[in-house]
Design a protein around this ligand. Structure first.
Ligand SMILES: Cc1cc2nc3c(=O)[nH]c(=O)nc-3n(C[C@H](O)[C@H](O)[C@H](O)COP(=O)(O)OP(=O)(O)OC[C@H]3O[C@@H](n4cnc5c(N)ncnc54)[C@H](O)[C@@H]3O)c2cc1C
Length: 462
């Protein structure tokens, strides 16, 4: 008997056991079950036995106790954006936090408390009216939970660090049903674990962050430069040289890809190879316009969406590029440098992508992120100057194999320039077993697993 069959026999018992919940329980056969089991990555097709949507910390404890007492594996869904699909499982319980998204801002202390199902858009929406922001990622529908637990890189990283660096505390429910607070002073080992390893031995009901003055307007560069022939390498070299001398108020992202055939891109540019120069200057916007200008005019861009704009708009510039239900496979690799040899290889590999929607992203690291001592958080690698995000993005199931193979090949070829470390938040399908865990936790491997085992001794949270 598989666990789904088991559930259909025990439905009456479940209904009674879960009656005290304020939130919702969605089962196979419920009208919204098919929607509830969808996440952002359309490749993931899993059928949980129960999806519980709590409305309070008490509900979360109730759901965990229920799962434990009935011997069920638990997955936790925040924003549902993790590419590996680990927010879902087959035949177990999913605690789906999407109905716990409230955000409170303490303006005088610049402290933000956000529920565990909040998205980046929820956070920005609550903080920007006060001219504040918490460093988060670059797509507004991403969940703050998975993002922060795995690190969290965005447009403020060089100035204020990663999302996990700005975490002050979490409130969570652990496998034994206890509600705990973890901070630098209380349960400090658990707090350390929750800052960047991607491991959560329980369900976070509230994240508490330090916010910073940002906006309301910022200068944003988003210029797609011609990537034809030798121009690709030249453009990437220029962006690297610019990044090497940029102040901390600038965070830079580059990418190699092809201009999409979408209405907001000029017709004549569509289908051409590009090198993206994207950067935010998060200080005074007029000053940022002057400082970032070279990224726009070192060549004539194919497309230039740059300008002074509200921070909250800059935070959504990428949203349309990642529709729900597309097929995605993302890997990552930190590399030691972006020399001419690395650039040439990246350009060649980018020409081999089977889907024109894919990209190789080049995250320029450093600044505040690199100044946090390695042992202060569980984040695996703060010091490599470059993180490659290898993004296969495509539409059709019969193209899965080719697109997954391309991303793996890019990572393999680039591995000679790397110590092998990877970013927890771009994990492919977590198919690499223990070797992938070592590559993700780096020097923290033993400590991460030790603390995880202390708080989740049965490995119920995976
Ligand atoms: C379109 C897109 C853009 C992205 N952009 C960036 C970016 O700019 N910068 C960056 O660093 N990363 C980025 N990422 C990666 C992102 O950080 C990870 O995918 C992250 O895991 C997403 O978090 P989530 O809550 O949406 O994911 P989910 O899939 O919901 O959750 C992932 C895992 O986090 C844990 N989790 C979630 N909620 C909770 C909770 N409340 N309590 C305990 N554990 C929980 C669970 O283990 C869960 O399986 C992006 C991803 C996508 C899809």
């Amino acid at each position: 008997m598989n666990s789904l069959d088991q559930y259909s026999h025990t439905t009456v018992v479940d209904a009674q056991a879960l009656m005290a919940l304020e939130g919702r329980v969605i089962r196979p056969g419920s009208v919204d079950y098919e929607d509830a089991r969808k996440i952002w990555n359309g490749m993931i097709d899993r059928r949980p036995a129960l999806i519980i949507r709590p409305h309070s910390a008490a509900d979360v404890a109730y759901a965990i106790n229920f799962a434990r007492e009935n011997g069920h594996h638990v997955s936790v869904r925040g924003g549902g954006h993790n590419v590996s699909g680990k927010a879902l499982n087959d035949g177990g319980v999913v605690i789906d936090m999407s109905e716990m998204r409230a955000v409170e801002v303490n303006v005088s202390e610049r402290i933000v408390r956000a529920e565990g199902g909040a998205t980046i858009g929820d956070l920005d929406g609550a903080t920007q009216p006060f001219g504040l922001a918490v460093p988060m990622g670059v797509v507004s529908k991403t969940g703050i939970a998975g993002l922060t637990l795995g690190g969290g890189m965005g447009w403020l990283r060089n100035r204020y660090g990663l999302s996990c660096d700005n975490l002050l505390a979490v409130e969570m429910v652990t496998w034994d049903g206890r509600t705990l607070r973890a901070s630098a002073d209380t349960n400090s080992d658990l707090f350390w674990l929750m800052r960047g390893s991607g491991v959560a031995p329980g369900v976070v009901t509230t994240f508490e962050y330090q916010a910073h003055p940002v906006g309301p307007e910022v200068m944003m560069v988003f210029a797609l430069h011609d990537g034809e022939g030798e121009r690709a390498g030249q453009a990437l070299r220029f962006v690297r040289e610019f990044a090497e001398q940029a102040p901390d108020s600038v965070s830079i992202l580059s990418a190699l890809g092809y201009v999409p055939s979408a209405h907001h891109f000029p017709h004549e540019a569509q289908g051409k190879p590009y090198v993206l120069a994207a950067a935010m200057y998060s200080g005074d916007a007029a000053e940022g316009e002057r400082i970032l200008q070279p990224l726009r005019d070192f060549a004539t861009p194919l497309v230039d969406f740059s300008g002074i704009m509200p921070y909250s708009q800059a935070q959504t510039l990428y949203d349309e590029d990642y529709p729900d239900g597309g097929r995605y496979y993302w890997k990552s690799l930190y590399v030691n440098h972006l020399g001419v040899d690395v650039i040439d290889q990246l350009v060649t590999l980018s020409r081999e992508m089977p889907s024109m929607g894919s990209t190789i992203d080049v995250w320029f690291m450093g600044g505040a992120t690199a100044r946090v001592p390695a042992e202060a958080t569980s984040f695996g690698n703060r010091y490599s100057p470059i993180m490659l995000g290898i993004e296969s993005n495509w539409d059709r199931a019969d193209e899965d194999e080719a697109n997954i193979a391309w991303a793996r090949r890019v990572a393999d070829v680039m591995s000679v320039h790397s110590d092998g470390t990877q970013y927890a938040n771009f994990p492919g399908l977590w198919e690499g077993g223990d070797a992938q865990l070592r590559a993700t936790y780096g020097a923290h491997y033993e400590r991460v697993l030790g603390i995880k085992a202390k708080y989740d001794p049965t490995g119920a949270f995976g």
